[in-house]
Design a protein around this ligand. Structure first.
Ligand code: EPU
Length: 420
C-alpha cells in the first residue's frame, strides 16, 4: 500500500478548491436505484468509497459512466437485482443506504448486515425500526438483512437513538417512504446538509418532502419518480481539513467553493482559538494568529461540531499552548489517531469519550493510518512536526479525500506519495 511522506514545519500558503461531498455522493448515487430512469450527478469526488458504491450499483444492474472528471451518468432502467452482497458491503458500511431504495422499488431487499468498524460498533437498529414502522418485515438470515413488504404505508417514526439522530438512517427512511401510502413523518431526523442534498435530489425526481434541514421531515407518498440532474454540495469536512492544514502549519490557506454556513460551529471554534478568519465570497481564508488559545469542543449532530473533524482538530490542538478538551458524543471510541499522535510526541490523555490535550511540539515519526479521518489527522500532524513523518497504509485516506497529497503540495507542503 502507498505511504505519504511529509517533511514538516513548512507554512502552507494559497488556495485550494473543495471537491463534492463524499457523504452526499454515496446516498445520492444509491437514490438512483429507486426509479428505472436516467440520472446525471455532478460534482462527484473520485474517491475509493464512491468507486465502491458505483461497483455495487453496477452489480445490481445499473449502467454507469463518467462523463467528465466529476460527472456521473447513471442509468437504472435495467436494475433487476435486490441483493447487496457481503463482499461489497463489508468494504464500505455506507453500502447500507441501498436498503431503502431497493425496498422502495422491489418491495424486497437483501443487504449484508454491515459489521462494526474501527470507529465503533455502528449498529443499524434505527434503520430497521424505521423500515418496520413503514410495514416491512425484517429478518436476519445468514448475516443478511432480508426485508419484504407487500406494501409500504406512511407512519410516524421517531428515529433518534442514544447518540442522537442518524444520518444514513434518515436517508434510508426518506428513500423507503417516497412511494408509501399517505404521509411519513420522521421525528428526530438528521439535519445534516448531506441529508438535505438527498432530499433535494428526491424532490427533483418528483418526491414530496417537507422539513428538510429540520428534525421533523414529512414525506408524502407519490405513485412514481423519474430521472433527474443534480449537483452535489461541497465537502464541508474536506474544507475543514484544508483549513486546519493552514493553521496547523502556521500558514495562510483559503478554501474555495464552500458555503461558510456549512461550517458555522467549526469556524466559531477557530475564532475562539485566536485564528483570523476571513470570508472571501467564494469561500473561507484562515491565518493562525500569534496567541492561540486552547479550546473545549464537544462533537454533536449537525449543526454541532462534526465528529468527522474531531481527529483533525485534535492534531491541531496538540500544537496549541494550554490544555484543550474534546468530548466525542457521536462515536465514543473514535480515538484511533491518539496512539499514533503519541508516537509523534503529542501529549494526550484519554478518559472514556473525552481527551485532554496539552499543547506542545510534534516530532516526525512513522505512523499508521487506521481510518479515514484518523489518517487525515496524521497527515496534518506531519505538516506541523519537526522532521519527517511517514503515514503508512494511506488506502484509508483515499477513501474520502481526492488527491490529498497533490492538493497539499499545491499549497507548498513538502509531501510525496511513495508507492510500495
Ligand atoms: N446509530 C445507532 N443506530 C443506528 C444508526 C446509528 O445507534 O441505527 C448511532 C451510531 O452508532 C452513532 C450515531 O448513531 O453513534 C450516529 O450515527 P449515524 O447513523 O449518523 O452515522 P452514519 O449515518 O452511519 C454518517 C457518515 C459518517 C459520520 C456520521 C455522523 C456517511 C457515509 N457517513 O454515518 O461519516 O461520521 O454520519 O455524522 O454519510 C466519515 O465520513 O468519516 C464518516 C464516518
Amino acid at each position: 500500500m502507498d505511504k505519504i511522506v511529509i517533511d514538516g514545519l513548512c507554512p502552507l500558503k494559497g488556495k485550494v478548491k473543495v471537491s463534492g461531498a463524499k457523504n452526499s455522493s454515496l446516498p445520492l448515487i444509491a437514490a438512483c436505484l429507486i426509479s428505472p430512469s436516467k440520472f446525471i450527478l455532478k460534482n462527484i469526488p473520485r474517491v475509493i468509497d464512491v468507486h465502491t458504491m458505483i461497483k455495487l450499483l453496477v452489480a445490481l444492474g445499473s449502467k454507469i459512466e463518467w462523463l467528465s472528471e466529476d460527472t456521473l451518468s447513471i442509468d437504472s432502467t435495467n436494475v433487476k437485482k435486490w441483493r447487496a452482497p457481503y463482499q461489497m458491503v463489508s468494504k464500505m458500511r455506507a453500502s447500507v443506504c441501498v436498503l431503502g431504495p431497493l425496498l422502495t422499488r422491489f418491495k424486497k431487499a437483501e443487504v449484508s448486515y454491515p459489521g462494526g468498524c474501527i470507529i465503533g460498533t455502528r449498529p443499524i437498529d434505527l434503520h430497521l425500526k424505521g423500515l418496520m414502522r413503514l410495514g416491512a418485515d425484517i429478518q436476519l438470515k445468514d448475516g443478511y438483512v432480508v426485508a419484504n413488504a407487500k406494501e409500504l404505508n406512511g407512519a410516524s417514526i421517531y428515529l433518534a437513538g442514544n447518540f442522537g439522530s442518524t444520518v444514513l438512517g434518515t436517508a434510508n427512511i426518506m428513500m423507503a417512504s417516497v412511494f408509501a401510502k399517505g404521509d411519513t413523518t420522521i421525528e428526530g431526523a438528521a439535519c445534516e446538509p448531506e441529508v438535505v442534498d438527498l432530499g433535494n435530489l428526491l424532490i427533483k425526481m418528483g418526491a414530496k418532502i417537507q422539513g428538510l434541514g429540520s428534525p421533523t421531515i414529512t414525506v408524502t407518498g407519490v405513485k412514481e419518480l423519474h430521472g433527474a440532474e443534480h449537483t452535489i454540495i461541497s465537502d464541508r469536512i474536506e474544507a475543514g481539513t484544508y483549513l486546519i492544514s493552514g493553521i496547523i502549519s502556521r500558514g495562510e490557506v483559503e478554501v474555495e467553493d464552500i458555503d461558510p454556513k456549512l461550517l458555522t460551529v467549526f469556524i466559531d471554534k477557530l475564532i475562539e482559538c485566536g485564528v483570523e478568519v476571513t470570508y472571501t465570497g467564494r469561500g473561507i481564508k484562515v491565518k493562525a494568529g500569534k496567541d492561540l488559545k486552547s479550546l473545549e469542543i464537544t462533537t454533536l449532530p449537525y449543526p454541532g461540531f462534526p465528529t468527522d473533524l474531531q481527529a483533525q482538530m485534535t492534531a491541531f490542538l496538540t500544537t496549541v499552548p494550554g490544555i484543550s478538551f474534546i468530548h466525542e458524543k457521536i462515536y465514543p471510541d473514535r480515538f484511533m489517531h491518539v496512539a499514533e499522535l503519541l508516537r509523534m510526541g503529542a501529549k494526550i490523555m484519554r478518559e472514556g469519550p473525552t481527551t485532554m490535550i496539552q499543547g506542545g511540539e510534534l516530532k516526525g515519526a512513522p505512523v499508521m493510518a487506521s481510518d479515514l479521518r484518523a489518517s487525515a489527522a496524521l497527515v496534518l500532524a506531519g505538516l506541523a512536526a519537526k522532521g519527517r513523518t511517514e503515514v503508512n497504509r494511506v488506502y484509508h485516506i483515499d477513501r474520502g479525500y481526492p488527491k490529498i497529497d497533490e492538493k497539499l503540495a499545491s499549497l507548498g507542503a513538502k509531501i510525496k506519495r511513495v508507492k510500495e
